[in-house]
Design a protein around this ligand. Structure first.
Ligand SMILES: *[C@@H]1O[C@H](CO)[C@@H](O)[C@H](O)[C@H]1NC(C)=O
Length: 259
Protein backbone atom coordinates (compact mmCIF):
# COMPACT_ATOMS: atom_id res chain seq x y z
CA UNK A 1 0.00 0.00 0.00
CA UNK A 2 2.75 2.35 0.94
CA UNK A 3 4.62 1.58 -2.25
CA UNK A 4 1.53 2.13 -4.35
CA UNK A 5 0.84 5.54 -2.94
CA UNK A 6 4.46 6.53 -3.44
CA UNK A 7 4.32 5.44 -7.03
CA UNK A 8 1.20 7.48 -7.50
CA UNK A 9 2.88 10.60 -6.17
CA UNK A 10 5.94 10.06 -8.31
CA UNK A 11 3.91 9.61 -11.45
CA UNK A 12 1.79 12.68 -10.87
CA UNK A 13 4.45 15.08 -9.71
CA UNK A 14 5.88 16.08 -13.11
CA UNK A 15 2.53 17.00 -14.60
CA UNK A 16 1.48 18.95 -11.50
CA UNK A 17 4.74 20.83 -11.52
CA UNK A 18 4.40 21.49 -15.22
CA UNK A 19 0.84 22.71 -14.90
CA UNK A 20 1.98 25.30 -12.40
CA UNK A 21 4.44 26.79 -14.89
CA UNK A 22 1.49 28.66 -16.36
CA UNK A 23 -1.37 30.41 -14.61
CA UNK A 24 -4.77 28.70 -14.42
CA UNK A 25 -6.26 31.14 -16.92
CA UNK A 26 -3.21 31.06 -19.17
CA UNK A 27 -3.56 31.33 -22.95
CA UNK A 28 -0.48 29.13 -23.34
CA UNK A 29 -1.51 25.74 -24.71
CA UNK A 30 0.51 22.60 -24.10
CA UNK A 31 1.53 20.67 -27.20
CA UNK A 32 2.61 17.08 -27.81
CA UNK A 33 3.70 15.72 -31.21
CA UNK A 34 0.16 15.18 -32.39
CA UNK A 35 -1.27 18.57 -31.38
CA UNK A 36 1.94 20.21 -32.63
CA UNK A 37 1.27 18.90 -36.15
CA UNK A 38 -2.32 20.05 -35.97
CA UNK A 39 -1.35 23.53 -34.76
CA UNK A 40 1.20 23.89 -37.58
CA UNK A 41 -1.43 23.10 -40.21
CA UNK A 42 -3.39 26.27 -39.43
CA UNK A 43 -0.88 28.56 -41.21
CA UNK A 44 -0.90 30.94 -38.27
CA UNK A 45 2.05 32.84 -36.88
CA UNK A 46 2.64 31.15 -33.54
CA UNK A 47 5.15 30.97 -30.70
CA UNK A 48 6.36 27.78 -29.08
CA UNK A 49 8.31 27.80 -25.82
CA UNK A 50 10.33 24.65 -25.14
CA UNK A 51 10.92 24.12 -21.42
CA UNK A 52 11.81 21.64 -18.72
CA UNK A 53 10.13 21.83 -15.34
CA UNK A 54 13.35 21.26 -13.43
CA UNK A 55 15.14 24.41 -14.57
CA UNK A 56 14.77 27.76 -12.88
CA UNK A 57 15.51 29.56 -16.16
CA UNK A 58 12.68 27.67 -17.82
CA UNK A 59 10.23 28.49 -15.05
CA UNK A 60 11.18 32.14 -15.35
CA UNK A 61 10.76 32.11 -19.13
CA UNK A 62 7.41 30.33 -18.76
CA UNK A 63 6.17 33.17 -16.56
CA UNK A 64 7.27 35.73 -19.16
CA UNK A 65 5.58 33.74 -21.93
CA UNK A 66 2.42 33.57 -19.86
CA UNK A 67 2.38 37.37 -19.80
CA UNK A 68 3.29 37.63 -23.47
CA UNK A 69 0.44 35.31 -24.45
CA UNK A 70 -2.01 37.63 -22.65
CA UNK A 71 -1.00 40.41 -25.02
CA UNK A 72 -0.81 38.27 -28.15
CA UNK A 73 -4.08 36.40 -27.70
CA UNK A 74 -6.05 35.78 -29.91
CA UNK A 75 -3.93 37.06 -32.80
CA UNK A 76 -0.90 34.88 -32.17
CA UNK A 77 -1.27 31.55 -30.37
CA UNK A 78 1.36 30.69 -27.76
CA UNK A 79 2.25 27.04 -27.15
CA UNK A 80 4.55 25.18 -24.78
CA UNK A 81 6.34 21.85 -25.08
CA UNK A 82 7.48 19.97 -21.97
CA UNK A 83 10.89 18.58 -22.90
CA UNK A 84 11.04 16.49 -19.71
CA UNK A 85 8.31 14.34 -21.17
CA UNK A 86 9.69 11.29 -23.02
CA UNK A 87 6.88 11.58 -25.55
CA UNK A 88 8.18 14.98 -26.65
CA UNK A 89 11.79 13.89 -27.21
CA UNK A 90 11.47 14.09 -30.99
CA UNK A 91 9.95 17.58 -30.86
CA UNK A 92 12.65 18.77 -28.48
CA UNK A 93 15.43 17.27 -30.62
CA UNK A 94 14.70 19.63 -33.51
CA UNK A 95 17.65 21.75 -34.55
CA UNK A 96 16.15 24.97 -33.20
CA UNK A 97 15.85 23.54 -29.67
CA UNK A 98 19.46 23.59 -28.55
CA UNK A 99 19.42 25.19 -25.16
CA UNK A 100 16.36 25.34 -22.95
CA UNK A 101 14.37 27.47 -22.60
CA UNK A 102 13.97 28.18 -26.31
CA UNK A 103 11.24 30.36 -27.77
CA UNK A 104 10.62 29.68 -31.44
CA UNK A 105 8.51 31.68 -33.83
CA UNK A 106 6.77 29.77 -36.59
CA UNK A 107 5.94 32.57 -39.05
CA UNK A 108 3.27 30.64 -40.91
CA UNK A 109 2.64 27.19 -39.43
CA UNK A 110 5.03 24.75 -41.07
CA UNK A 111 5.09 26.58 -44.40
CA UNK A 112 7.97 28.95 -43.46
CA UNK A 113 11.27 28.42 -41.65
CA UNK A 114 11.10 28.91 -37.86
CA UNK A 115 13.16 31.61 -36.14
CA UNK A 116 14.52 31.69 -32.58
CA UNK A 117 13.21 34.61 -30.55
CA UNK A 118 16.16 36.33 -28.86
CA UNK A 119 14.00 38.14 -26.29
CA UNK A 120 13.70 37.02 -22.68
CA UNK A 121 11.08 39.45 -21.32
CA UNK A 122 7.35 39.42 -22.08
CA UNK A 123 7.30 42.94 -23.56
CA UNK A 124 10.31 42.19 -25.75
CA UNK A 125 8.77 38.93 -26.98
CA UNK A 126 5.53 40.73 -27.90
CA UNK A 127 7.34 43.50 -29.77
CA UNK A 128 9.72 41.13 -31.56
CA UNK A 129 6.88 38.78 -32.55
CA UNK A 130 4.73 41.62 -33.90
CA UNK A 131 7.55 42.66 -36.20
CA UNK A 132 8.11 39.10 -37.49
CA UNK A 133 4.69 38.42 -38.98
CA UNK A 134 5.03 37.88 -42.74
CA UNK A 135 3.49 40.79 -44.61
CA UNK A 136 0.98 39.69 -47.22
CA UNK A 137 -1.01 42.93 -47.17
CA UNK A 138 -1.02 44.82 -50.46
CA UNK A 139 -0.72 48.51 -49.76
CA UNK A 140 -2.74 50.70 -52.07
CA UNK A 141 -1.34 54.21 -51.92
CA UNK A 142 -3.67 55.90 -54.37
CA UNK A 143 -7.38 55.78 -54.94
CA UNK A 144 -6.72 54.66 -58.52
CA UNK A 145 -4.89 51.58 -57.24
CA UNK A 146 -8.16 50.33 -55.71
CA UNK A 147 -9.69 50.06 -59.16
CA UNK A 148 -7.01 47.80 -60.59
CA UNK A 149 -6.58 45.76 -57.41
CA UNK A 150 -10.26 44.87 -57.05
CA UNK A 151 -10.17 42.85 -60.25
CA UNK A 152 -8.65 40.01 -58.20
CA UNK A 153 -10.99 37.21 -57.26
CA UNK A 154 -12.42 36.83 -53.76
CA UNK A 155 -10.84 39.96 -52.55
CA UNK A 156 -11.04 41.46 -49.12
CA UNK A 157 -10.06 45.03 -48.68
CA UNK A 158 -9.23 46.91 -45.52
CA UNK A 159 -10.41 50.41 -45.97
CA UNK A 160 -9.60 53.50 -43.97
CA UNK A 161 -7.71 51.17 -41.71
CA UNK A 162 -4.03 51.63 -41.97
CA UNK A 163 -1.22 54.03 -42.21
CA UNK A 164 0.94 52.98 -45.10
CA UNK A 165 3.94 52.71 -42.81
CA UNK A 166 2.47 50.32 -40.32
CA UNK A 167 -0.46 48.12 -41.24
CA UNK A 168 -2.25 47.11 -38.03
CA UNK A 169 -1.31 43.80 -36.49
CA UNK A 170 -4.78 42.33 -36.90
CA UNK A 171 -4.76 42.89 -40.62
CA UNK A 172 -1.26 41.43 -41.06
CA UNK A 173 -2.22 38.37 -39.01
CA UNK A 174 -5.30 37.80 -41.15
CA UNK A 175 -3.44 38.29 -44.45
CA UNK A 176 -0.84 35.76 -43.30
CA UNK A 177 -3.41 33.18 -42.24
CA UNK A 178 -5.45 33.49 -45.45
CA UNK A 179 -2.55 34.02 -47.84
CA UNK A 180 -3.15 32.19 -51.11
CA UNK A 181 -6.88 31.98 -50.47
CA UNK A 182 -8.00 35.58 -49.92
CA UNK A 183 -6.36 38.80 -51.03
CA UNK A 184 -6.09 41.57 -48.47
CA UNK A 185 -5.15 45.15 -49.18
CA UNK A 186 -5.06 48.34 -47.19
CA UNK A 187 -5.63 51.92 -48.16
CA UNK A 188 -5.12 54.80 -45.79
CA UNK A 189 -8.02 57.06 -46.59
CA UNK A 190 -6.64 60.02 -44.73
CA UNK A 191 -8.97 62.64 -46.12
CA UNK A 192 -11.96 60.37 -46.73
CA UNK A 193 -11.55 60.86 -50.48
CA UNK A 194 -11.82 57.17 -51.40
CA UNK A 195 -14.87 56.74 -49.17
CA UNK A 196 -16.44 59.71 -50.88
CA UNK A 197 -15.64 58.41 -54.38
CA UNK A 198 -17.08 55.01 -53.54
CA UNK A 199 -20.18 56.53 -51.95
CA UNK A 200 -19.40 55.23 -48.47
CA UNK A 201 -19.51 56.81 -45.06
CA UNK A 202 -16.09 57.42 -43.55
CA UNK A 203 -16.61 54.88 -40.75
CA UNK A 204 -16.38 51.98 -43.17
CA UNK A 205 -13.26 49.99 -42.43
CA UNK A 206 -13.58 46.75 -44.34
CA UNK A 207 -14.88 46.28 -47.85
CA UNK A 208 -15.24 43.04 -49.75
CA UNK A 209 -15.08 42.72 -53.48
CA UNK A 210 -16.74 39.39 -54.20
CA UNK A 211 -15.24 37.42 -57.10
CA UNK A 212 -16.59 38.65 -60.39
CA UNK A 213 -18.45 41.59 -58.84
CA UNK A 214 -17.03 45.09 -59.02
CA UNK A 215 -19.42 46.46 -56.41
CA UNK A 216 -18.02 46.47 -52.88
CA UNK A 217 -19.87 45.03 -49.93
CA UNK A 218 -19.39 46.55 -46.48
CA UNK A 219 -18.45 44.25 -43.66
CA UNK A 220 -20.91 44.99 -40.86
CA UNK A 221 -19.40 43.04 -37.96
CA UNK A 222 -16.83 44.18 -35.47
CA UNK A 223 -13.28 44.54 -36.72
CA UNK A 224 -11.82 41.98 -34.36
CA UNK A 225 -10.01 38.71 -34.97
CA UNK A 226 -12.73 36.20 -34.15
CA UNK A 227 -15.70 37.70 -36.03
CA UNK A 228 -13.44 38.46 -39.02
CA UNK A 229 -12.03 34.92 -39.23
CA UNK A 230 -15.56 33.54 -38.95
CA UNK A 231 -16.63 35.81 -41.77
CA UNK A 232 -13.61 35.00 -43.97
CA UNK A 233 -14.18 31.27 -43.40
CA UNK A 234 -17.79 31.69 -44.47
CA UNK A 235 -16.63 33.44 -47.66
CA UNK A 236 -14.30 30.53 -48.38
CA UNK A 237 -16.86 27.81 -47.72
CA UNK A 238 -19.51 29.71 -49.66
CA UNK A 239 -21.94 30.26 -46.79
CA UNK A 240 -21.33 34.02 -46.45
CA UNK A 241 -24.39 36.07 -47.18
CA UNK A 242 -22.74 38.67 -49.37
CA UNK A 243 -25.18 38.37 -52.26
CA UNK A 244 -27.91 40.46 -50.67
CA UNK A 245 -25.50 42.99 -49.28
CA UNK A 246 -24.10 43.78 -52.70
CA UNK A 247 -27.59 44.84 -53.82
CA UNK A 248 -26.80 48.16 -52.18
CA UNK A 249 -27.90 47.42 -48.65
CA UNK A 250 -26.63 49.93 -46.10
CA UNK A 251 -24.60 48.23 -43.44
CA UNK A 252 -23.51 50.01 -40.32
CA UNK A 253 -20.03 49.79 -38.94
CA UNK A 254 -18.92 50.42 -35.40
CA UNK A 255 -16.63 53.39 -35.11
CA UNK A 256 -15.37 52.29 -31.67
CA UNK A 257 -13.59 49.22 -32.98
CA UNK A 258 -10.04 49.76 -33.99
CA UNK A 259 -8.28 47.70 -36.61
C1 LIG B 1 -2.08 26.68 -45.60
O1 LIG B 1 -1.35 27.21 -46.69
C2 LIG B 1 -1.18 26.30 -47.75
C3 LIG B 1 -0.25 26.90 -48.79
O2 LIG B 1 -0.03 28.25 -48.66
C4 LIG B 1 -2.57 25.99 -48.34
O3 LIG B 1 -2.44 25.05 -49.38
C5 LIG B 1 -3.45 25.40 -47.23
O4 LIG B 1 -4.74 25.21 -47.72
C6 LIG B 1 -3.49 26.32 -46.05
N1 LIG B 1 -4.21 25.66 -44.97
C7 LIG B 1 -5.11 26.27 -44.22
C8 LIG B 1 -5.76 25.44 -43.16
O5 LIG B 1 -5.42 27.42 -44.38
Amino acid sequence: MKLLSQLFVLALAPSLAFGSLFSASSHVQMLDSKSFKKAMKTNQTSLVVYVTTSSGHCRHMAAEMDQASEKLHPLIPTYAVDCDNEKNKALCAEEWVQKLPTVTLFPRGNTLTPTICPERKAAGVVKWTSSHIPDYVTQLSNIDDIESWKEKASSIFAFNAATLMKVPLLWRVLANKYSGRLELAAHWDEHGQAANDLGLDSNTKVLIYPAGDSRPVKYEGTTKYEPLTKFFDSILDGTADIGTASEGQKLSDRPDDEL
